[in-house]
Design a protein around this ligand. Sequence first.
Ligand SMILES: [Zn+2]
Length: 234
Amino acid sequence: MTFRKISKILNDVNTILFPHLCFGCNARLYRGEKHLCTICRDQIPLTEHNYEAENEVDKVFYGRINIQKAAALLYFEEEGIVKNLIHHLKYKGCEEIGTLLGDWFGSILKSRDLPLQIDLVIPVPLHSRKRKKRGYNQVSKFAERLAFHLEAEYNETLLVKRSHTKTQTTKDRWLRYLDQEGQFAVENPQDLHNKSVLLVDDVITTGATMESCGKVLLQAENVRLYLAAMACVR
Ligand SMILES: [Zn+2]
C-alpha cells in the first residue's frame, strides 16, 4: 500500500471518528467540503454590495461620515447560515471563519476589476481585555485576507479601543485623535496622512461603531475612507 493510500484511509477514519461539521447548518461535511457544506454555500445570502453601484450600506452612513464607498459580503439574518457563522466566529473559537470570508470577499472584489486603490486595511479594534478573553479579534483574519487580495498594508495597532475606567497612562498623552466619547484612538496619526483606508468590521447594524472609528480616522490629513463588513442587516 502506498503512503498516499494509507494517509487517505487514516483521513477517512479520522472523519468518521471526529466528523467536521458545517458552520452554517451543523450537518456533517464530506470530502472536498471545508467549513461550509455545499447546500449552505449555495444558499448563503450574498449581497452584491461591492464597490460598484451605490448600495444600502453606503446609505447607512449618509450624513454621518464622509466615506468613499461601503461594502458587505453577506446579509445578516436573525436565523440561519450567516448568524451561525458569526456566532461560531465570535463565541466558539472558530477564527478560521474570518479567513474563509476574507478570501471569499477578497476574490469577489478582485474579480470585478474595480478602480479601488487601498493603501491600508484596519480592523475595528477590540478592547485588550475582551481580546484576551476571546483569544483574538474576530475581525482580524477577515481584514488580513482582504488586505492580501487588495495588495494593501494591514495594520491592527494604529486604531485602538480605550478603556473608560483606566486612568490616563503616559502613552495616552501622545494619542492625538479621539472620537467624541473617547472610545477609539489613533496613536500615530502621521501614518494615515494621504492614505486610502479600508476600515473593516464583522456586522453592520446601526453603523455606530464604524461611524465612531471612521470619525477618528478622518481626522488625519487627506484620508479617503472605505468600509467593508462580513455582513449587514437588510
Ligand atoms: Zn451547511
